[in-house]
Ligand binder design. Sequence first.
Ligand SMILES: O=C(O)/C=C/c1cccc(O)c1O
Ligand SMILES: [Fe+2]
Length: 312
Amino acid sequence: MSLAVCTVSHTPLMTRNEPAPGVRDRVEAAFAEARAFIGDFAPDVVVVLAPDHYNGFLYDMMPPFCIGTEARSVGDYGYEEGPLQVDRDLAHTLASAALAAGIDVAVSERMHVDHGFTQPLTLLFGGIAAVPTVPVFINSVAEPLGPVSRARLLGDALGRAAAGLGRRVLFLGSGGLSHDPPVPALAGATPEVAERLISGRNPTREQRAEREKRVTAAAREFAAGTLPLQPLNPEWDRALLDVLASGRLEELDSWSNESFVEQAGHSSHEVRTSIAAYAALAATGPYVVTQSFYEPIPEWIAGFAVTTARTA
Ligand SMILES: O=C(O)/C=C/c1cccc(O)c1O
Ligand SMILES: [Fe+2]
């Protein structure tokens, strides 16, 4: 039995916008440290816990959780397009274990994933198919969302199952802390936008480029103070990282969905992926956080963290 955790914020704006001097170097150093941790741990398989941004999961069928037995990247924001290297048997094992534990995960034989999965796989392993993975989608964007406790319990169920495998399993959580990028919502959407959120799974190259250009420009204006997106909230982010490090994950159960949005923006729900990753590790006993990097980076619309943890 051997489990470990790495959590990283993702932001596709990393390759589009230049942050303040020194920021990129510090982020790259944090990723280098995380890569060294992962190298030492030498995982046999990586369970990637990540959200989607209306690229693979749309409102024609929006599950709270889904485990992919096969998965393919849509290639958004210039990340590699094509198949991930999914450990199909393990995906089935983990899905069965989660269901047996009372967590209603969906299963996809043809999951489509976006930068939420591909960016951390690229930055930490060098490619989207470089390591055997089990991709686990955690809806963090498309309301309505279940309570945060469900992500914790999903992680707990996956951790218990993984602990019995006799393999070295890394739980990789992908998602920012406070941030509210201009991802559209179904509530109040125009008919055209609503249609895209319901069934716009295969945009044209031009449509994808237009979306990416719009979000990139919005981030530049946000950083310049000329676009009033919800501000990043370093205080909230540090409080969340403190709870993750403390091991008292049940404390997060009392954080309401509304409080996430009010204090840290709609997309702060992406920290459900970190909560699930830490809950997986906690399922096997006490743990220690071995790295905790954090910076608010407006040019990337991201409260940006990199953390690693292992069994104490
Ligand atoms: O889906 C998009 O176009 C943008 C996504 C984004 C931007 C900034 C931070 C994130 O976590 C994102 O997913
Ligand atoms: Fe995101």
